[in-house]
Ligand binder design. Structure first.
Ligand code: IPM
Ligand code: MG
Length: 361
């Protein structure tokens, strides 16, 4: 099979973690006789430095001509990087938001799974971590507060800033359908998270989710307020299967969910549109403080590459093998610094990639 992948290394630790994901993909594709075609593209800070804007029309066109996008991370240190002296629409994050919008990647899947081997790295109390958890956060990615009109202005001599949170029913319906469909491949449980006690957008969200649920009576549906969900994630994470939520709540809850897996360096993500096209990236950021030091954890990116094989190319066996290779390496007690615990062997970013790749030969 021919795999045409647009590859965005990005900023900070992006190039280091992408190099390891490519290393792993090369080995798997050699083994199964797939041909890999990478088209390297710029996004975020790297694109600002090259073209003066975080995402160019040419990059979007090139990405659309490939089967999917594999991405590292974008952005820099918001207090020191010159990128953050630019107007908001020219900063690195604006590029990421607009590539998601341009490619209509409305469904963001962020699986948070506590590996048996990493239970010691989980910051929760042992009686909670012993229960384990395996949830999938389904975050709406192209609507809500991050895409609504915003402005900063002056009124009566005071500086004022406004952001708007809007959803139409179709935006809610399509992500709800994805959530119920995915739940049928998991534990048949959806928890829809909103703030329906305060927000109109959440009240509509809840109504539409209930309407969609009528077609999925075999899946159980629960509604939870977002503040309660933040609490439940640390109190009893094993209760969750699919967590369906809007853009900003999903942004925040997915960071929380990743942390209880032991490290944000473990969490992959897939952003999908209505077709097989997807953008695959770790859920974590560009970690400028550790960039260039070869100490980042490449596992979230390698797991994102596995999601890509499964969801865009239907290569389940290849994806399973990558996931198993990661488990094997963890079982052998190799750890990057973020998941290090006593009695384990500390390895660098590229050593971790090489170890995972070597399990696949
Ligand atoms: C994420 C990131 C992005 C987001 C930022 C960098 C715009 O935090 O993917 O979760 O908020 O979506
Ligand atoms: Mg985030």
């Amino acid at each position: 099979m021919k795999l045409k992948i647009a590859c965005i290394s990005g900023d900070g630790i992006g190039p280091e973690i992408i190099a390891e994901a490519k290393k792993v993909l090369q080995i798997v594709c050699e083994k199964y006789d797939h041909s890999l075609i990478f088209e390297d593209l710029l996004l975020g800070g790297a694109s600002i430095d090259a073209y003066g804007e975080p995402l160019t029309a040419e990059t979007i066109e090139k990405a659309k001509n490939m089967d999917c996008v594999l991405m590292g991370s974008i952005g820099g240190d918001t207090t020191t990087s010159p990128w953050y002296q630019l107007p908001a629409h020219l900063r690195p994050e604006a590029g990421l938001l607009s590539i998601r919008k341009e490619l209509q990647l409305f469904a963001n899947l962020r699986p948070a799974l506590l590996y048996e081997e990493l239970k010691d790295a989980c910051p929760l109390r042992a009686d909670i971590s012993q229960q384990g958890f395996d949830m999938l956060i389904m975050r709406e990615l192209t609507g809500g507060l991050y895409f609504g009109a915003r402005k900063t202005y002056e009124k009566n001599g005071l500086r004022v800033a406004t952001d708007t949170l809007t959803y139409d029913e179709e935006e809610i319906r399509r992500i709800a359908i994805k959530a119920f469909e995915i739940a049928k491949k998991r534990k048949y449980k959806v928890c829809s998270v909103d703030k329906a006690n305060v927000l109109d957008s959440s009240r509509l969200w809840r109504q539409v989710v209930m309407e969609v649920h009528k077609d999925y009576q075999d899946v159980s549906l629960e509604h939870m307020l977002v503040d309660n969900c933040a609490m439940q994630l640390v109190k009893n994470p094993s209760q969750f299967d699919v967590v369906l939520t809007e853009n900003m709540f999903g942004d925040i809850l997915s960071d929380e969910a990743s942390m209880i897996t032991g490290s944000i360096g473990m969490l992959p993500s897939a952003s999908l549109n209505q077709s097989k096209f997807g953008l695959y990236e770790p859920s974590h950021g560009s970690a400028p403080d550790i960039a260039g030091k070869n100490i980042a954890n490449p596992i979230a990116t390698i797991l994102s590459a596995a999601m890509m094989l499964r969801l865009t190319f239907d290569l389940d066996q290849e994806a399973n093998q990558i996931e198993q290779a990661i488990k094997d390496v963890l079982k052998e007690k190799y750890r990057t610094i973020d998941i290090m615990s006593e009695g384990c062997n500390l390895v660098s970013c590229d050593q971790m990639g090489t170890l995972i790749a070597s399990k696949l030969k």
